[in-house]
Design a protein around this ligand. Sequence first.
Ligand code: HEC
Ligand code: HEC
Ligand code: HEC
Ligand code: HEC
Ligand code: HEC
Ligand code: HEC
Ligand code: HEC
Ligand code: HEC
Length: 380
Amino acid sequence: MSKKHFFYLFIFMIIVNCSGTQKSVKKVESDFNKSVIVNDTNIGKDTTFLREEERSLNKKLTLPISNRMLEILMPLDRSVYKEQYGTLSVKIKNNAIDEIKIFVDDFLTDTVKIDKKENLYCKSLYFNDGINTIRVKAFCKNVLFSEVGVSVYVVSRLYKKYKYSPSGYVKKYFHNFVNESKCSKCHKMYPNDTVGVAFRKPQMSNCYTCHKDIVSRKYVHNEKNPWACSSCHGYRENSQNLGIEKSKFLFPDPIAKKCFSCHKKEKKIWKSKKVQHEPFSLGKCNKCHNPHSSDTRGIIRADSINELCVSCHVKKKISGHIVNAFSRKKHPTSGFKDPTDPTRELRCTSCHNPHASNSSFLTQNDYKGYKSLCIMCHKK
Ligand code: HEC
Ligand code: HEC
Ligand code: HEC
Ligand code: HEC
Ligand code: HEC
Ligand code: HEC
Ligand code: HEC
Ligand code: HEC
């Protein structure tokens, strides 16, 4: 046997039974993908620290999306998310891999023993606002075998810090022919949200398996029928919407028209008012409301109404709220019971309507004139 042949046999043995020494694992790794940095000092150990250092230098993930061992099908690299839930789908291409570990921003989120027959692993992940790096490490008998990664950016509708994604990150739609074909063998991706199907039992919705987390927060929009996904994401499989980059599920922006298709009563009241709050009049309901679910009542995007309001009206947070009608002194905006509704705390919406009002400054005392606002709470 020639030296060259012996070398290939050697590599083959490592791949098949992964009994190689640490040094030879290194050989395999670097042979497979040059951009995976594995040297004698970090082999078999956790390389988290190394990667973190690397990333803090250029904020860029240096891992490949795919190599001969593993491939990340989802999330799409450098894609922009608007929700905090995303999908991980990893193809395991080598039988020797017996365990994978999933990291999101260096936090271990899952360790999975790989059944030799299983060649695909799916999981839904939680992301934070901003850059999230997702890495999958594959092990064979506890030795780090291979590593792949992608990064995504979660934009915030509300907070300036995360409002815009950095260059290089773009919104990439999933539901087009090319992407779906990777999953359609096992998953159905057409809507079946008719009365009596998804309405009766969420698990029966074709969207449930992959998107259940999106409506998992405490307050769920349209709680009785949360799986009426196509009431906002119209389905257009046969239209031009199905380009490579587009999605077969519509993404209306502004969204108000869709919202008002159900909220007819509110539309009638609010649209009849003289003064309309700017984000409302622009139809950007989703700036303040998460259309799917929220941990805060009213499915608002912040932890409280005041936090929601001051995310845009920053001055009200920094210097307090001077109410002119009340001798230019600061009026409390929280920390007391709301006299108009003692079950709730005093908050911005105790005095302001977030949508529309007939009086200036969007005050709640619609028809009675601005000064009568005070009388709502102060009897004298
Ligand atoms: C070989 C079959 C197969 C293929 C191909 C496949 N999946 Fe799955 N997937 C499954 C099975 C089985 C489940 C578990 C079903 C369940 O829990 O109801 C699952 C579950 C999921 C879950 C839920 C995981 C969780 O944490 O609950 C997501 C998300 C998912 N798949 C996404 C995808 C995506 C995206 C693709 C295409 C890139 C894909 N899957 C391709 C078989 C497959
Ligand atoms: C095989 C898993 C899977 C199933 C089933 C599925 N989706 Fe998705 N969907 C995804 C993935 C993956 C994304 C990209 C975002 C992410 O990572 O979660 C996505 C994104 C979307 C988006 C954003 C637009 C886009 O194309 O990226 C909408 C809207 C959506 N899905 C709606 C639905 C609806 C409605 C259903 C049910 C009819 C459904 N999905 C079923 C996996 C799935
Ligand atoms: C009331 C309207 C409405 C309903 C109902 C709705 N969505 Fe959405 N969805 C939106 C809007 C608006 C966006 C745009 C992103 C945003 O503003 O948060 C969106 C975005 C998404 C995204 C993309 C998130 C991202 O990271 O880019 C997915 C996935 C999605 N919806 C899935 C679903 C699924 C699954 C259902 C059914 C359970 C559903 N939606 C029901 C309005 C809706
Ligand atoms: C398919 C019909 C439908 C659509 C479309 C729809 N909603 Fe709703 N929404 C409901 C139902 C039903 C309820 C619960 C009953 C109620 O309060 O009217 C609800 C409740 C709400 C609530 C009150 C939640 C609470 O916990 O108090 C808000 C806020 C809301 N929707 C906002 C929106 C926004 C924003 C949109 C557009 C992005 C929208 N809705 C689109 C049906 C819909
Ligand atoms: C500036 C932020 C903001 C915008 C923009 C906004 N909302 Fe609201 N919305 C709120 C707040 C705050 C509440 C009150 C929640 C509470 O009382 O806990 C609310 C409550 C609601 C309710 C519950 C019923 C009610 O009268 O309180 C519905 C329905 C609703 N909004 C729909 C919409 C729709 C539809 C749009 C877009 C046309 C929209 N909202 C735009 C902040 C907003
Ligand atoms: C997404 C950003 C955004 C959020 C969130 C927001 N606002 Fe506004 N608001 C605006 C803009 C833009 C204007 C119009 C420009 C201005 O006067 O600053 C405005 C104007 C106002 C005005 C003055 C109206 C007038 O006629 O002069 C009041 C009062 C107000 N907002 C109250 C609130 C309250 C209360 C909340 C929380 C429920 C809130 N805002 C949340 C963006 C926002
Ligand atoms: C006790 C009632 C009350 C509460 C609570 C209240 N406001 Fe006001 N707000 C007013 C009145 C009255 C005006 C009319 C202008 C004035 O008299 O100074 C006003 C005016 C405003 C304006 C437009 C003029 C300006 O000063 O910029 C904004 C924006 C505003 N409020 C935001 C908020 C926010 C954000 C909160 C919650 C942190 C809040 N308000 C809580 C009564 C209130
Ligand atoms: C939504 C209810 C509400 C409205 C409307 C309201 N207030 Fe108040 N106000 C309160 C609460 C709650 C407090 C704190 C508890 C208290 O002192 O009674 C307060 C406190 C005050 C105080 C005492 C402040 C201090 O620091 O000791 C004055 C003065 C006052 N309000 C004047 C006004 C004037 C003038 C208006 C009309 C522009 C007004 N309020 C509108 C709820 C309200």
